[in-house]
Design a protein around this ligand. Structure first.
Ligand SMILES: [Fe+2]
Length: 485
């Protein structure tokens, strides 16, 4: 259990249990344990898989495999452990001022940044869980299964004192490891610089670009407080980053990483006993300044080569790069034709091209001066798709084509047809992009297909594939860049 979380706030649950297909004696188990109440088993099934047999098992026997949880979810996270707080006069002064901002300067919290609303229901934060054997109460897990199911997602270490956005939480990895007919459940935070620093301090100190800027007075105060903390040496976001690594996991150069697009990936390791450890923040031996990368890099399933990008608040606003199969980053390809800093969350690759969506979600630090988050939606901007050769050394041959109102968060896949003359992109478009940052539930992501002529550099076809609203679709990694149904 996380020592900073009061046990009174953690539910006490019975041991996790797994039902399977045929009767078998339960495997050895530990003593009474605490287990997370809202373990996202369904999400875990749907979102991430590394092992095909395990994926099939999860899909085909979903009705027969379930975690038996007998207690209600906790109503709130732990309060800060006072013994952990640093007592330097400067730190105490900063902390007091932070409390003052929350108590007297924040304007009333709108639902999307009100932690009472955001961290409710299925999003109630949970504590860490050491490797814990799941009791098989019915049937047996096939002995041929050997793999892990791993989910990453935001889960705040501390009770938020002020505004909190769904994207703010510290990355928590939740994993089921199946091996030798046994299942082991484990939940661990990604031990980022932010997590470790705030654990040491005893309270959160790094501001959030999504929620910290709430009204002019509070925004200015938080901006000033953060600058003062950096100047005083309380934290150093330039050297150490400030990300939460809460978005995804990926295999790069044969190693496993937790990723979030505001920072570099963190290398993690799954131990033989089913635990998860964080090894280090990793720059892939970059020879250039390298402070962040997308949480959705694309790996060539045949070569292991990785294609990725990052966006930045100053020029070049977009940078494309590759990481070779040995985990070494290759030289940057700066994209100067990207005129605005744009929230590009994902991209697509085909056999010969990388494709970027210049969306209407833009980032401007000037927004903070207006008391607003730096991300906003610019409905006057025309969305574009940018096409660059996958092995380009610069952007000289890159070209853009307007696709009005096309705003993606996630690409499903892209591929080439007509001997490479046509590019096909399948992605979910945000029907109401203006809702994305505040009410994602109203943004309505719907699947679209776009065909682009490489010779003519124009859109050949654009159509909606389904009227159903999807969330964050991905394609199985072995199909990345290849035609799929
Ligand atoms: Fe994503």
């Amino acid at each position: 259990m996380n020592s900073l979380i009061s046990s009174s706030f953690l539910p006490r649950f019975s041991q996790p249990k797994v039902s399977s297909m045929t009767t078998q004696k339960s495997p050895p188990t530990s003593n009474n344990i605490n287990i997370i109440a809202n373990f996202p088993f369904k999400e875990l099934q749907e979102r991430i898989s590394f092992h095909e047999p395990l994926k099939k098992l999860m899909s085909s026997t979903a009705e027969r495999i379930k975690l038996m949880i007998s207690q209600p979810v906790p109503e709130q996270l732990a309060t800060v452990d006072d013994d952990k707080k640093k007592n330097s006069l400067l730190a105490s002064t900063f902390k007091s001022f932070d409390d003052f901002i929350c108590d007297f300067m924040d304007i009333p919290l709108r639902p999307f940044i009100d932690p009472k609303h955001v961290l409710s229901g299925n999003f109630v934060p949970v504590g860490e869980l050491p490797p814990t054997a799941c009791e098989v109460v019915e049937g047996a897990l096939p002995s041929c299964l050997d793999g892990i199911y791993l989910l990453n997602g935001p889960n705040p270490q501390f009770v938020p004192r002020g505004p909190y956005h769904f994207f703010d939480g510290d990355g928590m990895l939740q994993m089921i490891k199946i091996n030798g007919g046994r299942a082991t459940l484990c939940s661990r935070y990604v031990k980022t610089y932010k997590y470790m620093l705030e654990q040491d301090m005893g309270y959160p100190i790094i501001p959030s670009p999504f929620s910290s800027f709430n009204g002019i007075m509070a925004s200015m105060a938080r901006l000033g407080l953060s600058v003062a903390r950096v100047v005083a040496g309380e934290f150093d976001p330039v050297i150490n980053g400030y990300g939460t690594a809460n978005t995804s996991v990926a295999l790069i150069g044969g190693k496993l990483y937790a990723l979030g697009e505001s920072d570099l990936p963190y290398e993690i390791k799954v131990t033989s006993d089913g635990d998860i450890t964080t090894l280090r923040r990793h720059d892939f031996h970059s020879a250039e300044e390298f402070l962040s990368m997308t949480a959705h890099p694309k790996t060539d399933p045949e070569t292991g080569e990785v294609f990725a990008f990052r966006y930045h608040i100053s020029s070049p606003r977009l940078t494309y790069f590759r990481i070779n199969s040995h985990g070494r980053k290759l030289p940057d390809v700066p994209i100067f034709s990207m005129k605005n800093t744009t929230l590009i969350h994902d991209f697509a690759v085909t056999k010969n091209y990388a494709i970027f969506n210049d969306v209407q979600m833009v980032i401007s630090l000037c927004e903070i001066l207006k008391g607003k988050p730096p991300m906003r939606v610019d409905l006057n901007k025309t969305s574009r798709l940018g096409v660059i050769k996958k092995y380009a050394k610069d952007e000289s041959e890159m070209w853009w084509v307007d696709v009005p109102g096309f705003n993606i968060l996630h690409t499903v896949n892209a591929w080439e047809e007509d001997d490479g003359d046509t590019l096909v992109v399948v992605a979910t478009n945000l029907s109401y992009v203006e809702q994305t940052l505040e009410r994602m539930d109203l943004a309505e992501m719907k699947m679209e297909m776009i065909k682009i002529s490489v010779k003519m550099k124009e859109i050949l076809l654009r159509r909606q594939l389904s009227n159903r609203v999807l969330e964050m679709p991905v394609i199985h990694p072995t199909y990345v860049g290849k035609k799929n149904r």
